[in-house]
Design a protein around this ligand. Structure first.
Ligand code: ASP
Length: 447
């Protein structure tokens, strides 16, 4: 990817938490001419137990709402920026910016305005350091009057603006409402801004700089030193994220996926590491086949689930049986996770937290709807997703998953595989969860 014309580079909070970190980011940007558009987060934690600037800004709003004195907290935030500027040897003066924030605070400003200032100020600092123009995200990223992001309007305005600017700094995390007020994305939303800018700039690559060298094949709290994932497709990532493996904001996939732009997760503290490439298609990347047949990309899972187990003789001949059960689930405002079924049995996998306190009502309503012979809620279920485009059309993948669990004497309570063959999902007792993930990982990684 060194012959790229345009890269959008987004830096996360830990990559910009202090002057030292910011210097690393600046060096990374300067190292390649293609790194033309920069999207910063707000300063994050410098050490365990430190405060993120965004959290401090949110606390500032709560303090103001309760009519408590805000000055100490605001001074603490200002101090974070003063230290960064001093460490960078910058002569940028943020006093007028803080005066504007004070004024807005007194006028009873919104939570979103305050929360967005972390990115806004970091953007000003980076633009000054790099000598890049600063584009306020409020001028180019739009939400409708209900607060929903407006992708097409944003893309039109932003791409026009970027076409006139060879390089720029655009702060992450926020945009504006039709009335001009600031509106933020959900937490971690600078990832989304980075993807929006990548699409509008028609970038060759979206580099997302963070504090890890990409995704790991399994949770390192379960599997010691898991391998890094070199290449993963958008769809595989979605499957693994659904199961709880999170590095990137979920909504950040969509804008780059539309434009077919790969994302590269990189480590600001180890810029030489390749990191993970997230790519649009399973068919190859940079001329290299991206997965060997029978290989897996990752394994992830979730605890805290339960099964509603329903049995009825001749269920398979009763038209509408499943629909009636799912109608009850929907009417109760529940979202089901999976639906493994047999001939005369049907199982609905639900989150235990979602149905807490509603168990009897759920059973009663399903009984009324379909008069089952047997119905019960079986708890303590964990799901594990084994994900990999390499499993598609590769005989033996499922046998290896089940064999690995059998060898460890782990009972499989449920099995689910979509026809994409991109994943195999198994349900096990929560008590077996960690051992099961470890066994599956070992099966596919040891020679
Ligand atoms: N600063 C925001 C947050 O802490 C957005 C981001 O960092 O992506 O959630």
């Amino acid at each position: 990817m060194n012959n790229c014309q345009t890269k959008v580079v987004k830096f996360g909070g830990t990559s910009l938490a202090s002057a030292e970190q910011m210097q690393k980011a600046v060096a990374i940007i300067r190292a390649e001419d293609a790194r033309r558009y920069v999207v910063p987060s707000a300063p994050g934690k410098r050490f365990d137990g430190d405060k993120k600037v965004t959290d401090m800004l949110i606390a500032l709003h709560h303090t103001a709402e309760q009519s408590l004195p805000c000055e100490d907290l605001l001074a603490e935030i200002e101090q974070r920026y003063t230290e960064i500027l001093r460490g960078l040897g910058s002569s940028l003066d943020l006093t007028p910016e803080f005066a504007a924030i004070r004024e807005q605070l007194q006028a009873g400003t919104t939570l979103d305005y305050l929360a967005s200032r972390g990115e806004y100020l970091n953007g000003l600092i980076l633009a000054d350091c790099l000598g890049f123009p600063f584009i306020d995200a409020a001028e180019v990223i739009f939400f409708d009057e209900n607060g929903a992001f407006e992708p097409e309007l944003t893309n039109r305005v932003l791409s026009r603006r970027l076409s006139r600017q060879r390089c720029a700094v655009i702060p992450g995390f926020y945009g504006s409402l039709p009335n001009g007020e600031i509106k933020t994305f959900s937490r971690g939303g600078s990832d989304v801004t980075g993807a929006i800018v990548a699409r509008a700039a028609n970038a060759d690559l979206y580099e997302n700089w963070t504090d890890v060298s990409g995704f790991l094949m399994a949770d390192p709290r379960i599997v010691p030193s898991p391998r890094a994932i070199e290449v993963i497709t958008y769809r595989e990532l979605r499957e693994l994220s659904y199961m709880g493996a999170a590095v990137l904001h979920e909504d950040s996939i969509f804008p780059v996926k539309v434009a077919g732009i790969p994302i590269n997760i990189k480590n600001t503290n180890r810029p030489g590491d390749d990191g993970t490439f997230i790519v649009p298609s399973k068919d190859g990347f940079r001329g290299v086949a991206t997965a060997s047949p029978g290989s897996i990309t990752g394994v992830a899972g979730r605890k805290g689930l339960c099964l509603v187990h329903i049995e009825k003789d001749m269920m398979n001949q009763e038209i509408g049986f499943g629909a009636k059960v799912l109608q009850v689930v929907a009417d109760m405002g529940l979202s089901f996770e999976h639906l493994p079924s047999g001939i005369d049995t049907m199982c609905v996998v639900l989150s235990r937290a979602d149905i807490a306190g509603k168990e009897s009502e759920l059973l009663e309503r399903i009984r009324d709807a379909v008069q089952p012979d047997f119905i019960a809620i079986e708890g303590e279920l964990a799901l594990i997703a084994v994900v990999g485009r390499g499993m598609t059309g590769a005989p033996g993948s499922a046998a290896r998953v089940f064999g690995a669990l059998a060898k460890k004497k782990i009972n499989i309570r449920m099995i689910d595989q979509g026809s994409s063959e991109l994943n195999i999902i198994v349900g096990v007792n929560e008590g077996d969860f960690e051992r099961a993930v470890d066994a599956i990982y070992a099966e596919f990684t040891s020679k």
